[in-house]
Design a protein around this ligand. Structure first.
Ligand code: SF4
Length: 377
């Protein structure tokens, strides 16, 4: 039995370190045949240690160029499956037009994008929301504020889901000419989820564009003045912070404390909750990682930080994402990668409601960003 166990160990290590240990494993395997089990254990421990030290340097060099294991194989290694639970969140991407061009944007949204949700698709999504009985509707983009159908969407969804969230880059929401949207959000108690990556002006501007930090601070003050983020107002203002470079976010709890202290004491700004999100190596962030020579090390870092405990809480288990043209995806990152839900393009107008619990979720290497450390989606 011990010999069988040791052969299993050889096979595991062989798959891990490929050609180096595979050959070594075969040599050891031939040498343990025919000796007693107790002796085999001691022999194996000594031999494995000696063989590993011989190949150590070579393995180290090889790891520099070994691509990360596929996400699907990582799940299999941990005997995990990523399948849907009860879908309670409808995420609606209204299009890729944005007044900013952020370096980390996985959708490459910007002022030159023309993908926008039209009136017909807006109406089809409202009907889908009516059939789906979702608990939360999460509206995103691009900058959804730039879509003229946003007000129609909010007004019609208000009676269909208890909670409506609007993701905002702040500068699009409070821009002159769109301030009526703040009033509309107040009226329907829309939860605002505002991107504000850093307390550092230079870091924010390098990620989001020159002058964005100052405009964001002004927007946060304006939202506070409208009651958002104020105690007992019932108007929720949440903040999302994400790293400005090729690293993982700091602890959410510590970051929230720091933002609350500094935004409060320096600018008199209040908010409800802060979430830290990791950047997903897609779109513009992927290009930046490659151009800056950080892609391999970033992917290695998030792969090595894979945490199997995050799987149950991944947003794709409870969320369905709809694109500006009305097609369904397991999440916004799969939308960016054009990986449709269920393996085929499905339009909201042709489905009864959300996918059934137990339906498999489409995965790719970008999923490692969601499962690194404490998990980031
Ligand atoms: S990218 Fe994240 S949210 Fe999307 S399918 Fe992968 S693990 Fe789920």
């Amino acid at each position: 039995m011990a010999i069988a166990f040791l052969r299993g160990k050889i096979s595991y290590h062989s798959s891990k370190v490929g050609k180096f240990f595979g050959a070594t494993g075969k040599r050891i395997d031939s040498r343990i045949t025919g000796i007693g089990e107790g002796m085999a254990q001691a022999f194996m421990e000594k031999t494995i240690s000696s063989e590993l030290s011989k190949v150590g340097e070579a393995i180290g060099a090889e790891e520099q160029s070994v691509p990360p294991a596929s996400f699907a194989s990582m799940l299999a290694r941990h005997e995990l499956k990523l399948v849907r639970g009860n879908t309670s969140v409808l995420q609606i991407n209204m299009g890729l037009l944005c007044n900013q061009r952020c370096r980390h944007c996985h959708l490459e949204a910007g002022p030159d994008r023309v993908e926008m949700m039209d009136e017909k698709t807006t109406a089809e999504i409202i009907e889908f929301a009516g059939r789906g009985r979702f608990q939360t509707v999460d509206i995103t983009g691009g900058a959804p504020e730039l879509n003229n159908n946003l007000a129609t969407l909010i007004e019609n969804l208000a009676g269909l889901a208890p909670k409506i969230m609007l993701r905002s880059n702040l500068t699009a929401l409070t821009d002159v000419g769109r301030r009526y949207l703040v009033e509309l959000c107040r009226e329907y108690k829309v939860v605002l989820v505002a991107s504000f990556p850093s307390l550092n002006q230079g870091q924010t501007d390098s990620q989001r564009g020159s002058g964005i930090w100052e405009k964001s601070i002004a927007a946060l003050k304006e939202l506070n003045a409208a009651g958002y983020g104020e105690p007992d107002s019932g108007l929720v203002l949440d903040i999302v912070s994400n790293p400005s470079g090729a690293f993982l976010p700091s602890s959410q709890e510590a970051t929230e404390k720091r933002f609350r202290r500094d935004l409060g004491s320096r600018w008199g700004i209040g908010f409800n909750h802060l979430y830290t999100f990791g950047n997903v190596a897609l779109g513009r962030f992927r290009k930046w990682l490659i151009d800056s020579g950080n892609f391999e090390s970033y992917m290695r870092r998030i792969t090595e930080s894979f945490n199997p405990c995050t799987i149950d809480g991944l947003m794709c288990r409870t969320l369905v994402s709809v694109s500006w043209d009305g097609y369904l995806y397991d999440c916004d990152f799969n939308l960016a990668q054009a990986i449709p839900m269920g393996g085929r393009a499905m339009h909201v107008s042709e489905v009864e409601g959300p996918p059934k619990p137990g339906t498999p979720i489409a995965v790719g290497e970008h999923c490692y960003a969601c499962t690194a450390g404490p998990g980031f989606t």
